[in-house]
Design a protein around this ligand. Structure first.
Ligand code: NAD
Length: 382
């Protein structure tokens, strides 16, 4: 069971627990809501993974897929195991046993993906065992996977930033920006914003912040990061302590690393006019409320960073990388615009408007589903 606090009118619809004595596989899947489509969510493999944790992640997927406008519901699964103590063959055997056990509900109700300790290789094993390429996403390119390295999430974050800029009636070429984190998300967000003409003035990684109000050249920065492993090796600017990224006087702040970056203690230091949440939960809704009242436009994580899940959908329908870029742009622009417009009309912060849109879409689909069931039942009786 998931604890009582974690179920409501949306879900979970189903929790399936599976075992395989021959490989000692013990796993489960929490299917939160499938009104919009099969539940989408990764396979987490850790010794401590539990149903409450997985339910919260499944619910986050329910909201994210709904808001992204995808025909996916929300789900997530867990395999209780310590991959560090397993050989490749043992891990493969456990994934195979999990895929076999879930075959009756995957891909019909559950479409898997990578999460902690599962990646492309595990998705290959899962899909081959299941027999359907639709049973998971995040597969290797030779199986129709769309590589993470193409930067779908950072590309989406960039488009969310452009919508926010336009929403405030500003010109991106006259704005400066800062990026927290220079990994998959931060790198591509910085690249596209630089190419659009905004001025990068600060960028951070786990070693600190590189700050230069005159501007940081993206191509040179990318070379330095590749060669030296850190942005702090860029030779033109000042190195600041990591968390000071939120204090710099950039117009736009893109978050792309850690949770809880902006807290009750440092929220008053924020100078940006726009914050685009590329990372998950970089601040609490309370901190977002404070910034909203201060006039900062915060594009919430599940609106801005949905590029990855949109890319998964393109893989699911057998699309190409070109289709991915087209769909990420189209959906992120449409959804971010709708969220910011509704928030403005209702005088609420964007997260509240986004949640309303996501829940409304799910409830509408649930209603249609129950009407179909009633109609189907009465037609059978005739
Ligand atoms: P990544 O591992 O590729 O990069 C993380 C970056 O953060 C690295 O540059 C690292 O040096 C930096 N970093 C670590 N600690 C830091 C600190 N204290 N201060 C500043 N920088 C620090 O990760 P990613 O894929 O780019 O993901 C970044 C965030 O976005 C995570 O919160 C992730 O959950 C979220 N996210 C990622 C995706 C995706 O598709 N990659 C999708 C949705 C959400």
């Amino acid at each position: 069971m998931v604890s009582d606090t974690y179920h409501d009118e949306l879900g979970p619809e189903m929790i399936v627990e599976v075992y395989d004595p021959s490989t000692s596989m013990h796993g489960f899947v929490v299917i939160d809501n499938t009104a919009l489509g099969p539940g989408k969510g990764g396979i987490r493999m850790t010794p401590s993974v539990n149903k409450d944790e997985v339910f919260k992640l499944a619910r986050a997927m329910t909201y994210k897929c709904s808001l992204a406008g995808l025909p996916f519901g929300g789900a997530k699964s867990g395999i209780i195991a310590n991959p560090k103590e397993m050989s490749r063959a043992e891990k493969d055997a456990v994934i195979k046993a999990f895929a076999r056990a879930l075959k009756p509900i995957s891909p019909s109700l559950y479409v898997a993906a990578p999460d902690i300790s599962t990646a492309e290789h595990e998705m290959r094993v899962y899909a081959e065992t299941n027999g359907s390429m639709k049973s998971c996403t995040g597969k290797p390119a030779d199986m129709g996977g769309i590589p993470h390295e193409l930067g779908s999430t950072g590309f989406g974050v960039f488009h969310a930033a452009l919508v926010a800029v336009k929403h405030l009636g500003l010109d991106v070429r006259k704005l400066s920006f800062a990026v927290e984190g220079f990994g998959n998300v931060g790198w591509f967000a910085a690249k596209h914003l630089s190419e659009a003409g905004a001025r990068l003035i600060a960028v951070s990684d786990s070693r600190g912040v590189m700050y230069n109000p005159r501007g940081i050249d993206f191509e040179k920065l990318a070379r330095v990061k590749k060669e030296q492993g850190t942005v702090t090796g860029y030779d033109d600017g000042e190195v600041l302590e990591g968390k000071r990224i939120i204090e710099v006087d950039a117009d736009i702040l893109v978050t792309a690393a850690i949770p809880d970056l902006v807290t009750e203690d440092n929220k008053n230091l924020v100078k940006a006019r726009i914050i685009v949440e590329g990372s998950n939960i970089p601040m609490t809704p309370g901190v977002e409320e404070y910034l909203h009242k201060k006039g900062v436009l915060v594009v919430p994580d599940f609106v801005a960073n949905a590029g990855g899940v949109i890319s998964s959908y393109v893989e699911y329908i057998g699309g190409t990388p070109k289709d991915m870029f087209r769909m990420v742009e189209e959906k992120i622009v449409k959804n971010t615009s709708e969220v910011l417009e509704k928030a403005k009309q209702a005088g609420v912060k964007p997260r509240d408007a986004a949640m309303n849109i996501a829940v409304e879409r799910i409830k509408k689909a649930m209603k249609q589903r129950s009407e179909r069931v009633v109609k189907g039942g009465s037609e059978r009786k005739k």
